[in-house]
Design a protein around this ligand. Structure first.
Ligand SMILES: O=C(O)COP(=O)(O)O
Ligand SMILES: [Mg+2]
Length: 245
């Protein structure tokens, strides 16, 4: 809403919450690495390759399943003999059947989403995962009802780190970049958010191989219980909070 002369600018934040929170999925909203590891190691085993295990696989997540598979094969002797598409089919067959055997929303995130929604904030999921597994995962964890829109790795021609997916979330919610906050765990999230002009909170419990503090986010989040405090700190330094006129 444009500010009237002499009135403070309406930034759209209400009750300490922005108008939109844009969540990355793997490593930010859901601790999905154990199921992704099981699926990757299952596929590798069918090719006689050794498992990679959770500690290694968690750092391979964030660029979509195909890249995860490519990384898994690269670490075990090279591409699959029948091609990556055949391996992808095996991966998706297994992953769909075991989408949330172990995966859970990170502690506290559901409560914070409920609080944000009660204050009128809308929730987007912005993930490089494709739409099929994303929908299955959100359904399996009863998150679908808490999410207003999802923009997935196959929604647009480009994926994160390109900013288009984040801009698409803003467009769907009809909000400006400073009325939204992105939460992510990787370089891809920070680059996409920054490219779209959206401030970004980096969670410190995600899957990045780069130390979270070095990703260049606006703030770090160690646990979801701290989210209101972290947002309050970010809001106090946002230029749009300076009263207009
Ligand atoms: O690598 C993936 O499958 C997607 O990862 P993201 O949810 O962190 O974007
Ligand atoms: Mg992620």
């Amino acid at each position: 809403m444009p500010a009237r002369p002499g009135q403070p600018q309406d930034t759209g934040w209400a009750g300490g919450w922005p108008r939109a929170l844009i969540f990355d999925l793997d490593g930010t909203l859901v601790d999905s690495a154990p199921d992704l590891t099981a699926a990757l190691d299952h596929v590798l085993a069918t090719y006689g390759r050794p498992p990679r295990g959770l500690d290694e696989v968690r750092h391979m997540v964030g660029d979509g399943a195909r890249v995860l598979l490519e990384r898994g094969f690269a670490a075990t002797g090279g591409p699959p003999p029948d091609g990556i598409d055949a391996a992808m089919t095996r991966f998706l067959d297994y992953y769909r059947a075991h989408i949330a055997d172990h995966g859970r929303p990170f502690p506290g995130v559901v409560e914070q989403i409920r609080r944000a929604r009660a204050a009128g904030c809308r929730i987007a999921v912005c993930t490089n995962k494709t739409t099929g597994p994303t929908t299955l995962l959100l359904d399996a964890l009863d998150l679908q009802g808490l999410v207003d829109t999802t923009v997935c790795g196959d929604t647009l021609p480009t994926r994160k780190p390109d900013p288009a997916m984040v801009s698409e979330c803003l467009r769907r919610f009809d909000v400006t970049p400073d009325q939204a906050v992105m939460l992510g765990d990787s370089h891809n999230d920070v680059a996409a958010a920054r490219g779209a002009g959206v401030p970004v909170v980096v969670v410190t419990f995600g899957y990045t191989a780069i130390p979270p503090a070095e990703l260049g986010g606006n703030a770090l989040l160690d646990r979801y219980d701290d989210l209101p405090e972290v947002l309050a700190g970010m809001r106090s330094v946002m230029p749009s909070e300076v009263p207009a006129g």
